[in-house]
Design a protein around this ligand. Structure first.
Ligand code: FSX
Ligand code: SF4
Ligand code: F3S
Length: 394
């Protein structure tokens, strides 16, 4: 996307957002939110600091800060229905690792209502009933979050959910059909993940491939909380999906390569590598490329925002990146502790800089998101909205 496209994208977004906020703003909601902040020991200043942080993380211009602040006072509560398919639930674990007290979670309380398979207190038929009611009541208005890959072989019988033994495939099809937008959280939901690794006995696929629908992918095994929270907030606050890369991932999160923001990069460029676990280089924090780091092939913002409230990230903790946000990484990035010699990466032996070759970006036959452009920005969500309006007008 060139700078002119970007400018007109933000201008049109700003116009829509202002219109939406003017229609939905409520003084009472604003007061309610101020009280919530106080109850949680947070000041208006903390909130404004957070709006600057999230605006920058979402790669929005600073003019959006006041709009994000205003969006916490909208009167509409957007329902989120969160489904689990075949996976380890690590994505939910990561999602919950937001800071305490956390402003994002207060905003979620304020602007959304949630059905979540794992986090609900109730269980059994009560929950099934609640889910069916929510789908009916919020038809065309809810955000569907899917976590996990979908087994598709033999009609999807390798994953069944609930007392009626419905297959994950049927459940996902039925529930995403009436969603305003579907978000795939985690590499399993985005691209199939671990259960789709060779030989993939259950025919597991990502949501988009399994159902043939337009979705937003927030990949990573698991994704960081900032990538999930930021994407949800963007939609909740602006009623728009952020610009996406060619793998349908938000550009603000997946638009840059791990290797280009890594704190060990100077050591790569200087030809200083860890050669063996626990050697002098490892103690000095040198580059992990020779120990199999796939940072040069992986697009994500881990070095900038990290995990567990910004505590650390894989490379910071001393292991190479295994490429967990890329499609088929279990097959294409392994062995995880050996460099991928097919990737055409030139290692500076001593001194000098790496020549970031186009080969790197295009390696894996377009599997990584080297080519960047606004990808159907807004259309995934709008198509749904138009569909539901048509239905209401019928
Ligand atoms: Fe997959 Fe999420 Fe990896 Fe696990 O549920 S992306 S196996 S961390 O948790 O789906
Ligand atoms: Fe960092 Fe890995 Fe790149 Fe080395 S190869 S600079 S450890 S991302
Ligand atoms: Fe995954 Fe690599 Fe980040 S392994 S968590 S994309 S550093």
């Amino acid at each position: 996307m060139n700078s002119k496209d970007l400018q007109s994208h933000y201008l049109s977004m700003m116009k829509d957002v202002d219109e939406r906020l003017n229609n939905l703003y409520s003084k009472e909601k604003e007061q309610e939110f101020e009280e919530k902040l106080k109850e949680n020991g947070l000041s208006r200043r903390d909130f404004l600091k957070w709006t600057s942080f999230i605006t920058a993380a979402l790669m929005l211009p600073p003019t959006f800060e006041s709009r994000i602040a205003k969006a916490a006072a909208i009167k509409e509560r957007v329902p989120i229905i969160w489904l689990h398919m075949a996976e380890c639930t690590g994505c939910t674990e990561s999602f919950l690792r937001t800071q305490e007290p956390d402003i994002a979670s207060l905003i979620f309380d304020q602007v959304s209502l949630t059905y979540h398979d794992t986090l609900m207190m109730a269980s059994g038929e009560k929950v099934e009933e609640h889910l069916e009611n929510a789908i009916e009541k919020y038809k065309g208005k809810y955000i569907c979050v899917v976590e996990g890959g979908i087994p598709t072989k033999d009609g999807g019988i390798y994953l069944t959910i609930g007392s009626k033994g419905e297959t994950g495939l049927s459940r996902a099809k039925r529930i995403t059909k009436d969603a305003k937008v579907t978000l795939a959280f985690g590499t399993c939901a985005a691209f199939g993940g671990v259960q789709a690794a060779h030989p993939n006995p259950t025919g597991a696929k990502g949501v988009r491939d399994a159902l043939g629908i337009e979705i937003v992918n927030v990949s990573g095994c698991p994704p960081s909380s900032i990538n999930m929270v930021g994407t949800l907030l963007h939609i909740l606050l602006f009623d728009k999906i952020p610009p996406l890369d060619m793998l349908y991932r938000p550009l603000w999160a997946y638009g840059s390569r791990i290797h280009d923001y890594c704190e060990r990069r100077a050591h790569f460029d200087a030809g200083e590598f860890v050669e063996e676990w626990g050697d002098e280089g490892a103690k000095k924090g040198w580059c992990l490329y020779k120990m199999g780091c796939k940072g040069p092939l992986t697009y994500n913002n881990c070095p900038r925002y990290r995990f567990n409230q910004g505590t650390n990230w894989p490379v910071g903790a001393g292991h190479g990146c295994i490429g967990c946000s890329e499609p088929n990484f279990w097959d294409t990035m392994s062995p995880f502790e050996e460099p991928n010699d097919k990737a055409g990466i030139r290692i500076p032996e001593s001194g000098g800089v790496e020549f970031t070759s186009d080969k790197i970006g295009t390696f894996l036959a377009g599997a990584t998101a080297g080519a960047i452009g606004i990808h159907a920005a807004g259309s995934i969500l709008r198509a749904k909205a138009e569909k539901s309006n048509d239905k209401e007008n019928e």
